[in-house]
Design a protein around this ligand. Structure first.
Ligand SMILES: C[S@@+](CC[C@H](N)C(=O)[O-])C[C@H]1O[C@@H](n2cnc3c(N)ncnc32)[C@H](O)[C@@H]1O
Length: 240
């Protein structure tokens, strides 16, 4: 058996360049089809993804003592919201009010102009990267999907601590992210959007170091195998 490839000298997250990420996302056209660009040109992907999220959240609500299992939660926030795909397809159905955090203004503008914003379902909008966001209120649900790869490990740990402190007594933080398939078990750097894809082990280490405990974790199922997409994992987290 040949030796495994040498470990990279520079940790993958040290290569993250926020300016390069923002340049990349600003180059993605912010129109109604923007999610196709964000999610690999597969229109069916988002249907499967959102259905999986609804089912996962329903299970999680039953696992949290005193969390209402029926009806809407109070305030949620869509972190790294893009054009509001998750806000519209999930959070607006399960929360009375949904805030959104997103650093790319052309994406946030779509949320600003949406019917959900006019109807008051979408609440406060924060034009910030998650590394700069300081929650100024408490949330019943903090949803963070397909965006923490833009944060370094240290920034992600600090973000997780802030989220932990911003949860209501029955609140929950959900992180839903791609998983590294690197054969050496390393996080993977992607130069295209200057992000890292982390291993399950790395996520669990950062959660535990941030004073969070896993209420539930599972893989998203239902994506056709022939597309060889990265595995996607949900983590539902609460303060230790
Ligand atoms: C793959 S898209 C996911 C959007 C949305 N969460 C979804 O699932 O539809 C990645 C998003 O992360 C945003 N992003 C880039 N850098 C970020 C940062 N530092 N903090 C938060 N979001 C960031 C991008 O602008 C983009 O909207």
């Amino acid at each position: 058996m040949s030796d495994p490839a040498p470990r990279p000298a520079t940790p993958p997250d040290a290569r993250i360049d926020h300016a390069a990420s923002l340049r990349y996302w600003n180059s993605v056209p912010a129109n109604a089809n923007v999610m196709l660009g964000m999610l690999g040109q597969y229109p069916w992907y988002t249907r499967i993804d959102l259905r999986g999220s609804r089912t996962f959240l329903q299970k999680v609500r039953r696992l949290i003592p005193d969390c209402p299992t029926e009806g809407k939660l109070g305030r949620g926030v869509d972190c790294g919201a893009g054009v509001g795909r998750v806000t519209e397809g999930l959070l607006a159905h399960v929360c009375t009010t949904v805030d959104a955090v997103e650093p790319v203004d052309q994406f946030l503008q779509i949320i600003r102009d949406s019917t959900l914003k006019r109807d008051g379902v979408v609440g406060d909008l924060y034009p910030l990267g998650l590394e700069h966001w300081r929650p100024d209120k408490r949330y019943d649900l903090i949803w963070t999907q397909f965006c923490v790869g833009h944060l370094t490990d240290a920034q992600l740990a600090a973000y997780l601590v802030r989220c932990r402190e911003a949860l209501t007594p029955t609140g929950v933080l959900v992180v839903k992210e791609n998983q590294s398939t690197d054969p050496r078990g390393e996080d993977m750097f992607d130069a295209e959007d200057s992000s890292v894809t982390r291993t399950d082990e790395k996520f669990r280490k950062l959660f535990s170091e941030s004073g969070l405990v896993l209420v539930a974790s599972e893989l998203q199922v239902g994506f056709p195998r022939n597309f060889r997409l990265l595995p996607v994992r949900f983590y539902a987290l609460r303060p230790v």
